[in-house]
Design a binder for this molecule. Structure first.
Ligand SMILES: Cc1cc2nc3c(=O)[nH]c(=O)nc-3n(C[C@H](O)[C@H](O)[C@H](O)COP(=O)(O)OP(=O)(O)OC[C@H]3O[C@@H](n4cnc5c(N)ncnc54)[C@H](O)[C@@H]3O)c2cc1C
Length: 377
């Protein structure tokens, strides 16, 4: 029987980064993925590293997100050094475009919200924004610049993380589907694979939107897939430096000259098909934001499945089964939250304490919510 200090179910960027962090702490770690690691959401992502909340519901993650964004430079340096591979990290800022007639009021609300949350943001007049990013539409009314935000090429990052983890002595097992956890009473003893058991002192579930399909996990990680369709564009005549947002779309420039446009959010089960409606919506919004993109070539379209939870917050930390932890439900922010998820999971496993409060994201909140609903009034 295989025996480890830590067994991780799921080889996306989250599972890989946890393995890297734990292996570097001297633990015997293994990652089991049902296919080649890094082929799901971590491949499909846009890779934006922005702790700014997209809506009021996301304010609960801002502290965690700020901490993760701050860890990014060090995380990237480590991964690149250990793997010998580039990750396409671009710390060039992001720019949120405002088109509404009430742009002035909208801009001051956005800036005040950011400053209240301790996030750096600067108001820009339309002409100043267009000077920074000439691709922006001349319908633009104002913009908010977040100079410290970044992006990363997640299709480079995930393989680099796995290379770094392997070079740090983590063991990676592709084509190894996890059926569920190996439970004895209130203790998790490891993982159940198709034809074998893996014994581990600690077990971490990091199977993205599939986590809830693993036996014994649905109560802790009731995640559902949120499909996102994406498009890669290329044009020789247009240069975009920063990540650009409008309320309908984002544009993410890559070092290789591609401009990614995305993304839809659809609840259609585990379906990854590209649809005419999805692509039409993204293209219309992208051309509205940067009109010259109408001449761009479409290089690729794809879709991926984000791991979403009922309250759209991540699911992190220990459960009521001894030795079992969750690291999933990162929804639209899994790339952003990778370094902090790996760091806190390592801290818990090696020291049984964490440097950032993660109680709000406990896997036990779903069972508690279910019990409260069932209780007589
Ligand atoms: C279109 C799109 C755009 C996005 N944009 C951003 C963005 O700009 N910024 C950002 O921060 N986040 C973004 N995200 C979200 C981010 O990509 C995810 O939150 C993150 O990749 C989740 O990583 P993960 O490792 O948890 O899951 P995944 O990458 O999905 O990995 C899960 C792994 O588990 C494996 N697995 C599943 N079932 C089993 C099993 N039974 N046994 C063994 N292995 C199993 C899978 O094969 C897979 O490799 C985006 C996502 C999408 C889809």
């Amino acid at each position: 029987m295989k025996k480890y200090d830590v067994a991780i179910a799921g080889g996306g960027v989250i599972g890989g980064s946890i393995a890297l962090e734990l292996a570097r702490a001297g633990l015997r770690v293994a990652v089991f993925d049902r296919q080649k690691p890094g082929q799901e959401a971590s491949w499909a992502s846009a890779g934006i590293i922005s702790p700014a909340p997209e809506n009021p519901g996301m304010i609960a993650t801002v502290e965690l997100a700020k901490c993760s964004a701050a860890l990014y430079p060090e995380f990237v340096a480590l991964v690149e050094e250990l793997s010998g591979q580039s990750t396409g990290y671009r710390r060039k800022g992001t720019l949120e475009a405002i088109f509404s007639q009430e742009a002035k009021e909208e801009l001051s609300t956005i800036i005040a919200l950011h400053h209240g949350l301790g996030l750096k943001a600067e108001p820009l007049r339309a002409e100043d924004a267009r000077e920074l990013e000439p691709a922006l539409s001349d319908e633009l009314q104002a913009a908010a610049l977040r100079p410290e935000e970044a992006s990363i090429d997640n299709r480079l990052l995930t393989p680099a993380v796995f290379e770094a983890a392997q070079r740090s002595d983590a063991e990676i097992f592709p084509a190894s589907r996890v059926k569920g956890i190996w439970r004895e009473g209130m203790r998790c003893r490891g993982l159940l694979l198709e034809n074998e058991k893996v014994q581990a002192q600690w077990t971490v579930i990091a199977a993205g939107c599939f986590s809830g399909t693993l036996g014994g996990i649905s109560a802790y990680a009731p995640v559902k897939p949120a499909k996102g369709q994406m498009i890669a564009l290329r044009t020789d005549d247009l240069k975009i430096e920063r990540v650009l947002w409008s309320e309908k779309v984002y544009l993410v420039p890559r070092n290789d000259g591609r401009i990614l446009a995305g993304a839809t959010v659809e609840y259609v089960g585990f379906d990854k098909r590209i649809t005419a409606g999805g692509i039409a919506k993204i293209l219309a919004a992208a051309i509205e934001l940067a009109p010259d993109l109408q001449d761009a070539r479409i290089e690729e379209t794809w879709a991926g499945l984000r791991p979403d939870s009922a309250d759209h917050l991540p699911i992190l930390g220990p459960t009521d089964l001894e030795g079992l932890l969750m690291a999933t439900g990162h929804f639209r922010s899994g790339i952003l939250l990778t370094p902090v998820t790996a760091r806190l999971t390592r801290e818990w496993i090696t020291e049984q304490r964490v440097s950032v409060d993660w109680g709000r994201f406990s896997p036990l909140r779903f069972a508690a919510a279910g019990a409260a609903q069932r209780a007589p009034a």
